[in-house]
Design a protein around this ligand. Structure first.
Ligand SMILES: NC(=O)c1ccc[n+]([C@@H]2O[C@H](COP(=O)([O-])OP(=O)(O)OC[C@H]3O[C@@H](n4cnc5c(N)ncnc54)[C@H](O)[C@@H]3O)[C@@H](O)[C@H]2O)c1
Length: 341
């Protein structure tokens, strides 16, 4: 694109239409993006966390990134997490994604991005579940610790990419969240037997694939014996597991530098041990065969969440909306374009 591009605004409804029913394509896109990132064809600086002394549970994170390959776009996700929203009846997270033109730097789209963010997170989890269970019996018992919006997206992505479960375990500190998620699972018609567990221990012990999607700020799972059956753990909320759990497991991350920050569980292990020896590698290492996943230990996948994934899914949405003829351009958004007037 040369010259000033038109500027478009893409609503959540448009994003949802572009992504619904495309779970397999999105997982393939996320896989391709991890491979591009692994090969160095990306720029993905550390996320910037804006926090507030007067609202200690809240944060807004900036994720700037640039991705090459056929996607070739730059941009920024700006995502708020206000956990108290949930009790007021609105989602915890809200976000926009800005896409910038590769050649001119001009921003050319602003997309509603809570759906894009949940989608790339769930696609990454489903990809991890597939790749990290290949050397063992495919899990038929899944358990969700923390049953909010992200848990719902992950369940949808698992079942839309070929997973079937005999049993789905559910555990949440909020009985209302657990009941709401159980209702969603039963309405989905693809859930198998649903059991609400009173404790994380019960849920972990009875699941071969465990998903953590809580808002815990510090580890509350310490007992290594809960993992004696060697489950695969999708540690999406990043701060649930105490260092001793990770030290007894194989550990896979999305990006080493990103994940060893912000007091994630892997970061706590590095602080405790003073080294990174506990890390086996990245999901890209696993997909490329550079790292072998053992079947005789628990496996913990801790995906920090990379801006390049938001860009890839966001550009996919932009292209779909453009193709459908429904792109809403803000006429004259860029103005005063003659340098000397
Ligand atoms: N790694 C990534 O790329 C990535 C991306 C998006 C979201 N996330 C994380 O996913 C998590 C879930 O997001 P969400 O939008 O579903 O949040 P949400 O607020 O909708 O749901 C979180 C649920 O966790 C429950 N919970 C909190 N502490 C718990 C505990 N100790 N045990 C059991 N349940 C507990 C809450 O009651 C709530 O129902 C957040 O931590 C978010 O940061 C990670």
């Amino acid at each position: 694109m040369t010259g000033v591009p038109p500027f478009a605004v893409i609503s959540g409804a448009q994003v949802q239409r572009a992504l619904q029913g495309r779970e397999k394509q999105v997982v393939e896109l996320v896989e391709a993006t991890y491979r591009l990132h692994g090969s160095g064809d990306s720029v993905n600086p550390p996320s910037y966390f804006l926090r507030f002394p007067d609202r200690p549970t809240a944060r807004i994170i900036a994720l700037p990134a640039s991705i090459g390959g056929a996607i070739r776009v730059d941009g920024l996700k700006w995502i708020s997490s206000f956990p108290e929203n949930v009790s007021a009846g609105i989602p915890r997270a809200s976000a926009v994604l800005i896409l910038n033109d590769h050649d001119t730097g001009y921003p050319f789209a602003c997309l509603e991005s809570s759906i894009i963010s949940a989608t790339r997170t769930a696609a990454s989890a489903a990809l991890g579940a597939d790749r990290l269970t290949r050397g063992r019996a495919r899990p038929a018992r899944v358990g969700f610790v923390g049953t909010g919006l992200i848990a719902r997206y992950i369940h949808t992505f698992l079942t839309s990419t070929g997973w079937t479960f005999d049993e789905v375990g559910v555990h949440d500190l909020s009985a209302g969240s657990a009941a709401g998620f159980r209702g969603h699972l039963e309405r989905s018609g693809v859930a198998g037997r649903v059991t609400v567990h009173d404790t994380a221990e019960q849920l972990i012990r009875s699941s071969d694939l465990v998903v953590f999607a809580t808002v815990a700020g510090a580890p509350y799972v310490h007992d290594v014996s809960w993992f004696a059956h060697n489950p695969v753990v999708l540690h999406v909320s990043l701060r649930d597991l105490a260092p001793e759990i990770l030290l007894a497991s194989a550990n896979v991350v999305d990006d080493v530098e990103h994940c060893l920050k912000a007091d994630t569980s892997p970061h706590l292990v590095e602080q405790r041990t003073g080294n990174r020896d506990f890390l086996d590698g990245t999901l890209d290492d696993v997909m490329s065969g550079r790292v072998h996943v053992p079947a005789d230990k628990p496996v913990v996948f801790s995906p920090f969440g990379l801006g390049v994934l938001d860009l890839a899914v966001g550009k996919y949405v932009y292209d779909e909306v453009t193709r459908s003829g429904e792109l809403q351009v803000v006429d004259g958004f860029f103005h005063d374009l003659s340098r000397h007037g």
